[in-house]
Design a protein around this ligand. Structure first.
Ligand SMILES: Cc1cc2nc3c(=O)[nH]c(=O)nc-3n(C[C@H](O)[C@H](O)[C@H](O)COP(=O)(O)OP(=O)(O)OC[C@H]3O[C@@H](n4cnc5c(N)ncnc54)[C@H](O)[C@@H]3O)c2cc1C
Length: 342
């Protein structure tokens, strides 16, 4: 719904701007005459009295000053019409345009899109973020977020997940995969700085307090590792939690995720156990190993439905968690120990 509304707004802005331009040019071209007809009566009478005494003294340069004042007085009007289009802040409810700062290819199918975030927008990625409980994060709580990217030509949007700590870096970095026939991926891959991209967000993906767990196990493949990269980037290393990331090897070609994981391994040292697992269904051995001695454990699963189903059961059609089934249930976990990410 918001896209047509936004499109309507953009259309009306396009109409307004030329109207303003015409109004400004009309004012300035008529400025020299409007000093006698359009300015306040006191100025007007002062101008005419000056002209009546022009034979003895040169007239003061009032017309120019009046034009300058008129132009100055139009600045707020110009700002009113031009500012909202270019400076509307990032927010979850409606789209705003954001100039990208980089779009770096990291594999034949993947780019990292950089989008700067202004200081006034940054609190949404930190203290003003919204947890799954609908509150601002408690101390030590981490909110993982995504943003919606729109393709205005087709009026569609897709979610993408920053892989970094946006509040700390002042920029969103998103790995975007181009899939065959994919319309938003195609759009993102075609962008070059300083092109604009339409965004709304941030929107909460998951939130957790790592300190509540001895072990947080994360299971992912492909770009589904993005929320875990963000979690590991945002969480402070002071937490006593052991993180274990089970991330599938790419099916073929280069492994774009390895260079993104290296700085996180440096940040976390022995507190991050990174295990690359074979593509396809998650093997019981790998899960059992990860769960061994895990204490208070939370398993975060971000996989396509066909891989999520045998591991823990799918999300429901309306994206609720649904019952815990599959391998993790067989291994003795209950629903409170597993969170399925869309
Ligand atoms: C919460 C959330 C966060 C996400 N974060 C990211 C992210 O950080 N980076 C990212 O690249 N994607 C992410 N995605 C997926 C993304 O939103 C899009 O679904 C994906 O980019 C395809 O969009 P598209 O418009 O290019 O293709 P579409 O037009 O949606 O799809 C075109 C065709 O490609 C198929 N397809 C869709 N996705 C894939 C895929 N991954 N592999 C193979 N075929 C596919 C579709 O079934 C369809 O047949 C996220 C999804 C969710 C729900």
């Amino acid at each position: 719904m918001s896209i047509p509304v936004r499109a309507a707004l953009r259309r009306s802005t396009r109409h307004i701007a030329p109207t303003f331009a015409r109004a400004a040019s009309t004012s300035s071209t008529s400025g020299s005459t409007s000093n006698s007809s359009g300015l306040p009566a006191s100025s007007s009478s002062s101008a005419s009295s000056s002209s009546s005494s022009s034979s003895s003294t040169p007239p003061p340069p009032k017309p120019k000053r009046s034009s300058a004042w008129l132009a100055l007085s139009l600045v707020p009007v110009a700002a009113y019409y031009l500012w909202p289009q270019s400076k509307k802040p990032l927010n979850p409810q409606s789209y705003s345009e954001h100039a990208i700062s980089s779009n770096e290819r990291i594999s034949p199918k993947h780019v990292v899109l950089g989008v700067p975030v202004s200081p006034s927008e940054l609190p949404q990625f930190a203290q003003d973020a919204v947890t799954l409980r609908g509150q601002h994060p408690a101390p030590g709580e981490v909110v993982v977020q995504h943003v919606m990217v729109k393709n205005p030509a087709l009026m569609i949007e897709r979610p993408y997940t920053p892989i970094n700590d946006v509040a700390a870096e002042g920029e969103m970095k998103m790995v975007v995969k181009r899939v065959r026939g994919g319309e938003v991926g195609r759009l993102v891959h075609s962008l070059t700085p300083p092109d604009n991209v339409g965004l709304r967000g941030p929107i909460t993906t998951v939130s957790l307090k790592p300190d509540n767990y001895d072990t947080v196990i994360m299971v992912s493949t492909g770009t589904a590792v993005a929320p875990f990269l963000q979690l590991l980037a945002k969480a402070p290393t002071t937490v006593g939690t052991q993180f274990k990331l089970l991330h599938m090897h790419p099916l073929a070609g280069e492994d774009w995720s390895a260079p993104l994981l290296t700085p996180l391994q440096q940040k976390w040292g022995g507190k991050l156990d990174l295990k690359r697992i074979p593509p396809g269904s998650v093997r019981k051995d790998d899960m059992q190993q990860a769960l061994a001695g895990s204490g208070r454990v939370l398993v975060l699963v971000c996989l396509p439905t066909q891989l999520m189903r045998p591991l823990c059961g799918p999300l429901t059609p309306n994206l609720q968690q649904g019952p815990l089934t599959g391998m993790l249930a067989e291994l003795g976990l209950d629903g409170s120990q597993v969170w399925k990410l869309e």
